[in-house]
Design a protein around this ligand. Structure first.
Ligand SMILES: Cc1cc2nc3c(=O)[nH]c(=O)nc-3n(C[C@H](O)[C@H](O)[C@H](O)COP(=O)(O)O)c2cc1C
Length: 187
């Protein structure tokens, strides 16, 4: 069947949605930005990326502080996710309007969002200009997970965190499991 061709655009969907928390270096007021352009860069060292437009308030905060926390929100935080992605920290304190609790991190200056079940502390390794967005590479220093999202063997079970994905302007939740890594070699 013939395929329709499209001009270049950010065509990769769905993608995860995270809340990235940071804090001012001079005025230590915490902020949150919703990020969908994010991903895994390397497993060892564990490196994650978030892409941020220079116009965002968080862009300068994270660059100055040299760290950030990637927090995984649950489906129940959908409204807060949308708020943190549509209002600017220059105008409002998003921890206050979302009733989120900033909790001191273990290894970085940026605070965790206590209410998110998984929090990933990252040290800023690099900022790479990419065009509309700058790519911030963070090295994972410490991970926090609520007991409620742990397996019986104490590893993180991300489906228990009920994460959100962003799909062409819409928020979606996870569906059902359809396989597992390496299953094809076993059947
Ligand atoms: C679902 C969603 C995903 C977003 N992803 C990004 C992103 O990856 N990069 C970015 O720069 N802005 C992204 N935004 C927009 C910012 O979150 C938004 O401009 C926010 O108000 C910036 O906050 P700040 O100025 O306090 O940093 C996203 C918004 C939403 C709602």
């Amino acid at each position: 069947m013939p395929k329709k061709e499209f001009p270049p655009k950010e065509a990769l969907f769905p993608v995860p949605v995270v809340l990235v928390s940071s804090i001012g270096k001079v005025t230590p007021i915490p902020n949150i930005i919703t990020i969908a352009w994010c991903g895994v860069v390397s497993s060892a060292p564990a490196l994650l990326s978030i892409s941020i437009r220079p116009s965002r308030y968080s862009h300068g905060l994270i660059k100055d502080a040299g760290d950030f926390v990637m927090n995984i929100p649950t489906v129940s935080m959908l409204k807060e996710v949308d708020i943190c992605g549509t209002v600017c920290g220059r105008d409002v304190n998003k921890f206050d309007i979302c009733s989120f609790t900033p909790r001191p991190a273990g290894k970085v200056s940026s605070p965790l969002i206590e209410e998110c079940p998984v929090n990933i502390e990252c040290k800023l390794k690099d900022v790479i200009p990419m065009g509309a967005h700058d790519m911030f590479i963070g090295e994972v220093l410490l991970i926090h997970a609520d007991k409620s999202v742990l397996t019986p063997k104490d590893s993180i079970d991300y489906k228990k965190a009920c994460p959100l994905v962003f799909n062409q302007g819409e928020y979606w939740s996870l569906g059902k499991r359809v396989g597992y890594y390496g299953f094809s070699a076993k059947t």
